[in-house]
Design a protein around this ligand. Structure first.
Ligand SMILES: [Zn+2]
Length: 498
């Protein structure tokens, strides 16, 4: 699963037992916000997607978004949860400038979905992660601190708030505590968040992009001595990538072990994860539930999902990603190792779509895991951000299969696709890149090469067939690599036998 070094963690796990827990927030991709009709488009000009309800102006009243409730129930069902037949929203009172109402509408002791699980595969072994609850709430606005070196409030001269995000439906998915994973705790945490992301994506209810913040993760970690009660946990925030989930658990295990080894105690607090150093530093001390003074939201009617509706939603769930991957692996005839490398490259859906667009599984895998992975690595982005679509890859492979492109030319065509010159066929036409299949033109080029290198031609005639490579190379140069090497070689030999 992971190629990161596990330095320190093995040693920690030999003495202490880690218990992890994960709280994941998913921003739903609904058209409108949770309690008002404001649009939810990402990247809109600041404070343009707001209204009296999501700005918390006096006299405004919230109305719950049915699509968001449906999406939350579907997430709960996909995580094998029970769906409450009756539950309420609650007010969570706190005073931050990014929360204009001075409270957040959330769910407290009556979550919509409870007591489920998600099976996660780690090195061919299934680990079941218990799900405590899945509930629905509204997102906060976004604060930007200007003038400080770190982007944090410390040292800042101004703080700006954008309320476009305030009120976007947010689903919180909380695991039960996960004990017993030992040194694999960091890998289990990462595998869980990865699988959860795939499940939510398969439901089509969010784009679950950690780098854009539509999926955010808090990581709880504690250590205890074998046989002792669970230790005090810390909650690490700012964990913005799958890799960081793994690193954050590792960092906390190593840090807490050092504190405990020195006879210290762990403080219950939130901590910030730092992407650059891989360390965590203390944030605010953790609020307890009483600090938030929860009470049932008086402006909203209780939620009472109809049992028949829930049954319909359950019947309409897509295949679980884990089972879907297994089926694809069978269809594609791949080993566990080959399939795992596709999963690790984040290429399952891309390859599936490429096959659906007409390519062979082998051809699709070759492009996505080879040339395209290499280019994604070089650019520091992911496969999806290259601007090459599954349809492009299928078309490219077809051109190769038809002999209209060599592999080498196909890679040049990709250059054109990536810089936006259009699909493969358009790039071929635009750049004049097709394989030269006009045998008349090729024969002319071959004859010219033979005439220019009589000594080489003589060697080939006398039986030193390997020398033909020189002539093939000459013609390749003359045709800018647009001839098929095998065809060309045959043609050279044929001309010299004549
Ligand atoms: Zn609004």
């Amino acid at each position: 699963m992971s190629t990161l070094a596990s330095s320190g963690v093995d040693e920690v796990a030999a003495r202490y037992e880690p218990v992890i827990g994960l709280e994941v927030h998913v921003e739903l991709g609904t058209r409108t916000k949770m309690f008002c009709g404001c649009p939810t488009d990402f990247g809109a000009p600041v404070n343009t997607q707001v209204c009296p309800v999501c700005l918390g102006l006096p006299g405004s009243l919230p109305v719950a978004n049915r699509a968001a409730i449906e999406a939350t129930i579907r997430i709960g069902l996909a995580l094998n949860c029970s769906i409450a037949s009756w539950c309420r929203f609650a007010r969570k009172n706190y005073f931050y400038p990014d929360m204009p109402k001075n409270f957040q509408i959330s769910q407290y002791d009556e979550p919509l979905c409870t007591d489920g699980y998600l099976d996660v595969e780690i090195d061919g072994e299934t680990v079941q992660i218990g799900i405590e609850r899945v509930h629905l709430e509204e997102d906060t606005g976004k604060t930007t601190h200007i003038g400080g070196a770190t982007g944090r409030i410390h040292g800042a001269t101004e703080s700006l708030v954008d309320y476009n995000r305030a009120g976007i439906p947010l689903v919180e998915i909380v695991t039960k505590p996960v004990p017993g994973t030992g040194a694999r705790a960091p890998i289990v945490a990462r595998a869980y968040v990865t699988e959860l992301r795939d499940v939510v994506r398969s439901l089509g209810v969010s784009d679950v992009r950690m780098e854009q913040g539509s999926m955010r993760c808090d990581v709880n970690t504690s250590l205890n001595l074998p046989g002792e009660p669970w230790g005090t946990r810390t909650e690490t925030k700012n964990v913005n990538s799958l890799r960081s989930v793994e690193r954050a658990v590792r960092a906390e295990m190593v840090r807490q072990a050092a504190v405990l080894d020195a006879g210290g105690t762990i403080t219950q607090e939130t901590r910030h994860f730092h992407e650059d150093t891989g360390d965590t530093t203390p944030g605010r001390s953790k609020e307890t539930a009483t600090d938030y003074r929860y009470f049932p939201e008086p402006d909203l009617a209780p939620l009472a999902p109809d049992a028949e509706w829930v049954a319909q939603l359950k019947a309409g769930l897509p295949e679980a990603p884990r089972l879907h991957r297994r089926r694809l692996q069978d269809q594609w005839g791949l080993s566990d190792v080959d399939m795992q490398s596709i999963v690790n490259a984040g290429a399952v859906e891309l390859i599936e779509a490429t096959v659906a667009a007409g390519a062979s599984a082998d051809g699709a895998r070759k492009w996505w895991l080879g040339e395209l992975s290499r280019r994604a690595n070089e650019s520091g982005g992911d496969l999806a951000s290259l601007g090459v679509t599954p349809a492009h890859v299928a078309e490219l492979q077809q051109l190769v299969d038809e002999g209209k492109l060599t592999d080498k030319l196909a890679r040049t065509v990709l250059d054109g696709v990536i810089v936006g010159e259009g699909g493969p066929s358009e790039v071929v036409t635009g750049r004049g890149l097709g394989v030269v299949s006009d045998t008349g033109a090729l024969t002319e080029a071959v004859d010219a090469a033979i005439a220019a290198h009589p000594d080489v031609a003589e060697k080939v005639r006398s039986g030193k067939v390997a020398a033909a490579g020189v002539l093939v190379g000459e013609v390749m140069k003359a045709t800018r690599g647009q001839a098929d090497a095998k065809t060309l070689r045959e043609l050279v030999l044929a001309r010299l036998r004549a």
